[in-house]
Design a protein around this ligand. Structure first.
Ligand SMILES: [Zn+2]
Length: 228
């Protein structure tokens, strides 16, 4: 009996993609992909038992709008080859079902994710609300010098989205700004106490444009850092 040994070689295709793709942003900025890529940690404010503020006219919940903008930011940064960490990707809060103090557990876990991310920047997404219904526009907060330039870049980028938006970046003493040592900002996307802002922020297409401008400002910040 003849024994035939047959090697069936499966098609083995090794595709080597050499060299990280360069994404050009604006005229001169770029960020390279791969393991050495810059990293960003994105925090969608509130969630779970804490809805944040609610729209004066529609009752829309801040936690849901924050998540929507945060997930779009995740998509944009990931697409550009950045490493992205998220404090949350669902509507759930960051605590176990038996946690006695859910809000403090949530904040503690949020802080751990931000601090442990080792990211090059942190962007926390929120919606604003104030008694004076005339207040409108996006406002970026930072805590220290490291965050100041990131805040300025994002504030400048969102200004081109809404030419009437004359708000400037401000310092703020908030928990998430202190959680990590990386440049950190809170983007208050607009006022749910203002009819015009509420109409914009409840429009998904606007939220996508807003996220793109936040992303664009953050990429400008990274490009400046790479040059210096
Ligand atoms: Zn908030």
């Amino acid at each position: 009996m003849r024994k035939m040994k047959k090697w069936i070689a499966g098609g083995l295709l090794a595709a080597w993609i050499v060299g990280a793709g360069l994404l050009w942003v604006g005229e001169s900025a770029y960020v390279s992909g791969g393991a050495e890529a810059a990293a960003v940690v994105i925090d969608a404010g509130h969630g779970g038992i804490d809805p944040g503020v609610t729209g004066r006219l529609t009752g829309v919940r801040e936690c849901d709008l924050n998540l929507s903008v945060a997930l779009e930011l995740e998509r944009l940064f990931s697409q550009s080859g950045l490493r992205v960490a998220m404090t949350r990707r669902t509507g759930e809060g960051l605590y176990g079902p038996d946690e006695p103090n859910k809000k403090s557990a949530d904040m503690r876990r949020r802080g751990e994710i931000i601090a442990g991310s080792g990211a090059d920047m942190m962007i926390s997404v929120h919606m604003n609300f104030i008694g004076d219904a005339r207040c409108a526009g996006t406002q970026v907060f930072y805590r220290d010098e490291a965050g100041r330039e990131l805040a300025a870049c994002i504030q400048n980028a969102v200004r081109t989205l809404q030419p009437g938006n004359r708000r400037t970046a401000h310092t703020g003493d908030y928990f998430v700004l202190k959680a990590g040592s990386m440049p950190s900002v809170i983007v208050e996307c607009g006022f749910l106490s203002n009819a015009g802002d509420e109409a914009l922020l409840t429009d998904e297409a606007y939220r996508r444009r807003l996220a793109w401008h936040i992303y664009d400002g953050a990429m400008e910040f990274l490009a400046r850092r790479q040059k210096s």
